[in-house]
Every structure is written in C-alpha cells, then in structure tokens.
Design a binder for this molecule. Structure first.
Ligand code: GLC
Length: 649
C-alpha cells in the first residue's frame, strides 16, 4: 500500500481501500498508513467478539472508514492533523467544558453559536450539546430515544446548521461534543420499524424472546434503571410477538451488539457525525451494551472490545474524533473504560469520574473526608492518556455509587450511608441544608437517588433565608468546584450551575416530563440572571466569577495537566482531603477542608513533595506555618499549592 509497508494487510483490506478511494491515490496513501497503524487494534478486538470473522468484518469497516475519509471536509482533515500533532489536547489545563441542552441554553443551533462569548468568559473549550438527533415524538428520555441518527431535531436546525456551528465554534477554540446512544434506539427508529414489519435482518438487531423463559432468567440478576416509571427490563411487543429487551424505557429498544451488523451500522454513524465536525462522541449507556446471563449485564469485557473496534475505525477515518465513555458505574468498574490491560490507549480518552462526584457530595454532607480518602485512594490508577471528566452535577440524577467495601474500610455502613446521602440532599434529614429531590426510590432495594442543581444541593436555594446560610452555601459550592477543577481531569459545568440557578419549580409542567424529576435540574438558562454576572454582590455574580477564576488559574498551571494522576495524601486530618499530583513541570498539592471549622495540614508534606516555596495559586499567597509546623486551613478552604521559588521562571 505504501512504499514502506510495515505490516502485511489481508488482501481484502487492501481491496476495500482501493474500492473506496479509486481516484484518490493521496487519500489511499493516508488511509493505508493509518490502517497499518491501527489494524492490529481493529483485528484483535473483532476476533475477540466475533471469532473467525475478523478479516472479513475488518475489511468492511476499513472500507467504510476510507469512504468517510474520502468525503471528509478539508478543514476537518486539517483538524485531524492538528490533533495528531497535539495528542494531549484534552488533557491540557486550559480545557474546561460546559454541557447544556441547545434549546434550554440558547434556543436553536444558530443561537448557540451566538453564545460563544459567554462560554469564553468561563474559559470553555468543550461544549457538550445534549441529544439533538431526531428523537421519537412524545416522551423521549431527554432525547436519548433516537429515531434517526442522521437527522437533526427540526426545531434546532439541520445537519448544515450543525456543520456551521461546529466550524464556527472550532474557529473560536471550542470543540463540540455529542451523544451517541449505543445501547438502544427508539422503537420508532427504522431498524425497529422494519423488525416490527417482520424483516429478519432487523429482527436480528434486537434481543427478542418468544416467552418469559429467558427474560425471567436474566431478570434474576438484572437491576432496574427506572424502577418508578419503567419497571423490569423487557417489554412485550405485539408486532414482533415477543419480549423485547428494554433496559431503560419500554420505547427504548436495546440493540444486539452480538450481531456484527449492528456494529457496522454504528461505525458508519460515527463517521457521519465526525464529518459534521463533532469532535467528542459521548458513548451513552455504554456499560449496558453487552448482555451475559447470570450477571447484571453491565461492564462486560466485550464492551471494551467493541469500543476498541469503533475507536480504531474513528482513528482511521477521522482521528480528530475521540470518545468519552458514559459509564456511571461503581468505582471498581470505572477505570477499564479509560483502558486497562491490553486496552490501554485503545478505547475512550475520557470517562466520567463518577466516584469523585459522589465523594464530593458525601464530604460536604458529613464534613468528613475519611470515606473519600478511602474510595479515591483505592481507585486503580488511570492510564496516562486517559482523562477524567470531573463534574459536580450533570443532567442526570446522582446515584450514590459508594462501594460497600470502601464504606466498611472507612468504618461506615454502605447501605445506610447511601440512604443518608439521599435523605440529606432531599432535605429529609434533621439539620440538612440540601434542597434536592428523591429520584427513583426503589422500595425493594431501598435504593434512592437524587435530583437537584448544584445550588439546590449545597443549600443555595431561595427558600433558605439569611446571609450566614448563603455564605456557607457559597463556600461549599466554591470548595466543591475547586476540587472538580483541581483534580486534573477535564472539568465540565452543567448549564445553569455557573449562575447558581436553583431547581426549576415548574419542572413537571412540560408534557412528558411529569414523572421525571431530573427536569428540575435542567432549567432553561435565565439570561436576565446571566446579565447580572458581573455584579459581585449577587450570588449569580459570585459563582460565575469564581468559576471564571478557577478556569483562569487552572489554565496557567502546567502542574494540572491531566496525565499526572492525583494521589490522596494519607495521615491528614479527617476533615481535610489532601491530594498530590506529580507532573514533570512540578508538584501540586490540593487541599480541601470540608468542614466549617479550622483544620490543620502538616507542612512536612510540602517538603516531601519537593517544594521549597509553596504558594497557594488559588488565593495568590505564600503558604506559611508556625512553630507547630501546621498550616491552618479556614472553614471550607480550597487551596492549590504549587512550588514557586523566586528564581523560577
Ligand atoms: C444515559 C443518559 C441518561 C439516559 C440514559 C438512557 O445514562 O445520561 O440521561 O436516561 O443514558 O439513554
């Protein structure tokens, strides 16, 4: 294929490239080089999931990747080059993200482009627009029931509008992130409709059972995602005369990834979205994509093989496009989504740090960092190229993913602690300042989850009167955001949290939302409030400016590069979470006092980290201590300490 071929590719793969790009020798060369590089990833993962079919399927996938490259716009080809030249672009400290529903944030896609200045004030470089591909009519789980992956919601715009938006944002240094719902399609999607019409090819895209025997066997070990409004995991469908696997809602049909035709379809959709300028694909509900009897059908090893295949395809067709795993799973299952074992560097670059989010809230509720130290300290190390999405809130509820083992090691009962947190943040616990809501209480398991904006959960709710309560709420919010921005991943703000917007009291008024109180924390952005963001006497102004400050300080600290893993410092006061990051540019110690009192931190840790002139970069002051050798941290203090000797340039 190239003059210096390093690897012999199967003839079918070579032929697929020629067939896809018959008149473009330069493109064939480029694709040939990329296939040489990524074929081992593609082939080995295909062989693991579809034994005996790797070469044939691999050739098809290379063919579709080459075809997509053939029509890839010139500016995106340039972007591919830029990203290849700067492979750590997601890990750099200047990266800050923002997530919103386009219509709730701005109106439609062209209106989103008009808000770039607002985003720039917050330092945003990554914009996650919630599902905007055509969903089913009526309730559609916030767009996660996709009826057509190749059409944009007409109220938001067209594919041309999306293309214009991605290129205008790219020109301003903002990358667009979109969801790719992998586990299911709406039952109105063409694949499901053709299955309902009896076409065998499409019946094979789903998991359909003629009677309850297999569903019951699976149910024995399957949890329920929405026990309130969608109990069970299977739905009887009259047209296909069978029980359809529906993990989420009855109108979201799980696709069958054991059928390689499904994989080929999604590979093609990935290339299509990438060619519209989407730079990050959020792999929605990826944990659920592989089913295995006798398990909870989440986090199965095949999930990582599938991701590896799709990633290799993207690397061949559109290397600027990367993956973010949406796996909101227990701490032990989390790291493999960033790549462990033979999947290191071969799956997603980004994954949600669900455990950090849960522990941030747990620390605020209890004023105790012991469980967080245990849980975060026990998390296996993430690979150097993998980056955590760090966040305090997102569009979903908070599931209290606290591992029973971690809880026991920290001296608490996991079940009771989870229950306590749900009660605390719903304001159902004596003395609680939380003003969130209970989401999906499951009386059978006792499981309760939590909805609420960051402001509501920290107690910055308009119903809480009084300046002292407000100041404490603000301090808690700043502390939690400082942790999220200082961990060293890619921090993402959920829309409205930058203005401390409270829960939307009218959340249930919109048709289709009545039963799903996650809409309480998905408010329409209040642009009147946003107009006050420079007024530092207001809560909105204080919170907005504090986030902009965190982003500015962060961007100037090479120590916060995401490749440096955060390690919990043991043996520190129970009310203080202390974290050290050792990046070649220098160490950084993050100090977070989660209590409302003064707490000590032994100065010897600065010396141990090799610091000679510790400076708190967030407060802009030297760090000093007295004869007791302790640095005293005020209530809810958050410090990012770096070494800045005077002669340092
Ligand atoms: C993801 C989304 C969530 C949705 C679910 C089903 O978890 O974040 O909002 O309900 O997938 O698609």
């Amino acid at each position: 294929m190239t003059s210096m071929t390093l690897l012999t590719l199967p003839a079918a793969v070579e032929a697929a490239i020629v067939a896809a790009l018959p008149d473009a020798p330069d493109d064939r060369r480029t694709i040939g080089l990329r296939v040489e590089r990524w074929w081992p990833d593609l082939r080995s993962a295909l062989e693991a999931i579809y034994p005996g079919r790797a070469d044939e399927l691999g050739a098809r996938l290379v063919g579709l990747a080459a075809t997509a490259y053939g029509v890839r716009p010139e500016d995106l080809r340039d972007l591919d080059q830029r990203r290849l030249l700067e492979p750590d672009w997601l890990q750099r400290p200047e990266m800050v993200g923002y997530a919103c529903y386009a219509e709730r944030f701005a109106g439609d896609l062209s209106a989103v482009a008009g808000k770039a200045d607002y985003l720039a004030e917050l330092g945003v470089r990554y914009l996650h627009l919630m599902p905007l591909l055509l969903p089913r009519d009526g309730d559609n789980d916030g767009g996660y029931a996709v009826a057509d992956y190749r059409t944009i919601r007409p109220d938001l715009g067209t594919t041309d509008d999306l293309r214009n938006l991605t290129s205008s944002l790219q020109a301003q240094g903002i990358s667009v992130v979109l969801d790719l719902v992998l586990n299911h399609v709406a039952k109105e999607h063409e694949w499901a409709r053709r299955a309902q019409a009896g076409e065998q090819r499409y019946l094979d895209y789903f998991r359909i059972f003629p009677d309850r025997t297999e569903p019951d066997a699976f149910e024995a070990t399957l949890p329920e995602v929405f026990p309130d409004f969608a109990p069970g995991n299977f739905t009887w469908d009259h047209d296909v005369r069978g029980w359809v696997w529906t993990t989420f809602n009855e109108w979201q049909w799980d696709v069958d990834w054991a059928n390689p035709e499904v994989l080929v379809e999604y590979a093609d959709i990935i290339c299509f979205l990438a060619n519209l300028g989407v730079e990050v694909l959020r792999l929605d509900a990826i944990a659920f994509t592989w089913k295995r009897l006798g398990t909870n059908c989440q986090n199965q090893p095949e999930v990582h093989e599938l991701t590896q295949v799709l990633r290799a395809v993207a690397r061949i067709a559109c290397p600027a496009t990367v993956f973010k795993a949406e796996a909101i799973v227990g701490p032990r299952d989390l790291v493999p989504y960033l790549g462990t074992g033979r999947h290191v560097g071969r799956v997603s670059d980004l994954a949600y740090h669900n455990s950090l989010m849960v522990q941030a809230w747990s620390m605020l509720a209890t004023g105790d960092a012991r469980l967080a130290k245990q849980a975060l300290g026990a998390l296996p190390e993430s690979p150097p190229g993998g980056t955590w999405i760090t966040y305090l809130r997102c569009h979903d509820d908070i599931g209290w993913a606290i591992d029973d083992g971690d809880a026991a090691d920290a001296g608490v009962n996991g079940f009771e602690h989870r229950r306590y947190l749900a009660d605390w943040f719903a304001g159902d616990f004596p003395g609680s300042w939380g003003r969130g809501l209970v989401f999906q209480f499951n009386p059978e398991t006792g499981d309760k989850r939590t909805s609420g904006t960051a402001a509501s959960l920290v107690g910055l709710d308009p119903t809480i009167a009084g300046a002292p309560a407000r100041e404490e709420g603000l301090a808690r919010l700043f502390l939690a955001h400082a942790l999220v921005y200082g961990w060293g991943g890619l921090p993402v703000i959920w829309s409205g949290d930058e203005l401390a917007m409270p829960d939307d009291p009218a959340w249930a008024a919109e048709p289709g939302h009545e039963e799903d109180n996650r809409w309480a924390h998905r408010p329409r952005l209040d642009w009147t409030l946003a107009a006050t963001r420079d007024d530092l006497t207001t809560i909105a102004g204080k919170v907005f400016s504090s986030l902009a400050h965190l982003a500015r300080v962060r961007a100037a600290l090479p120590e916060l590069h995401a490749s440096a893993v955060a390690h919990v410092i043991p043996g520190v006061d129970d009310g203080v979470l202390a974290v050290v990051k050792r990046h070649p540019s220098g160490p950084l110690i993050g100090l977070y006092n989660v209590t409302d009192g003064w707490r000590p931190f032994p100065s010897e840790h600065f010396t141990a980290a090799g610091m000679t002139a510790p400076v708190n970069a967030l407060g802009g002051h030297m760090v000093t201590w007295g004869a007791d050798g302790q640095v005293w941290l005020g209530p809810y203090a958050a410090w990012w300490v770096v070494d800045r000797p005077a002669n340092d340039t």
